[in-house]
Write a new protein. Structure first.
Length: 184
């Protein structure tokens, strides 16, 4: 069944491991003397966040948020809604690093950076496994980028395809035939 959905593997399991290791080293270097709080954007970034946290060799805390901007399709609605937020008494002492699976329009991460700064964060940076700058709708660039990808609909390694297949250990491009069969 999965073979009929995949056009091709875009980022292999080995490539993901290499990316995570590289980003972990960069973040360790940049946050060695800071009060790092990782903010994982649910649900898609959980696998990436966990693997990345294992590669960050400095003390950190973890928080979770959940946003909504895609509806039932493959295109962002452009409107970000916060479904799950967190609060803490020490915002002004924290250096937040928002972890996302993919940056497409840029709306979600821009929204989250502004949201955390408005709550009084000491600093906010962003990290994404996948970046699609060709799809950017707002002026936003993540601080840490795993890899830049073309404008294709992808799934796997946390990214869902209609809430399924988050568990595959690589990132794949969805076949156009599968999307057409779903009337998308």
């Amino acid at each position: 069944m999965l073979e009929s959905i995949i056009k091709r593997v875009l980022v292999s399991e080995e490539e993901i491991k290499s990316i995570v290791c590289r980003l972990g080293q960069e973040i360790t270097r940049d946050y060695a003397d800071k009060n790092l709080v990782i903010v994982s954007v649910l649900k898609g970034s959980v696998m990436f966040t966990v693997d990345l946290a294992k590669q960050i060799n400095t003390v950190c805390e973890m928080e979770f948020v959940r946003t909504y901007s895609y509806g039932n399709g493959t295109e962002s609605t452009g409107k970000v809604q916060m479904l799950v937020d967190f609060d803490r008494p020490d915002f002004a002492e924290c250096d937040f690093l928002v972890i996302e699976d993919i940056v497409d329009s840029g709306n979600t991460l821009k929204y989250l950076v502004e949201h955390l700064l408005a709550k009084g964060a000491k600093s906010v940076k962003t990290c994404t496994l996948l970046d699609k700058p060709s799809r950017r709708k707002v002026d936003f660039n993540p601080d840490y980028v795993g890899t830049v990808i073309p404008d294709e609909f992808v799934f796997g390694y946390g990214l869902d395809l209609f809430e399924k297949y988050r568990d595959i250990p690589y990132v794949a491009v969805v076949s156009p035939e599968y999307l057409e069969s779903r009337n998308l």
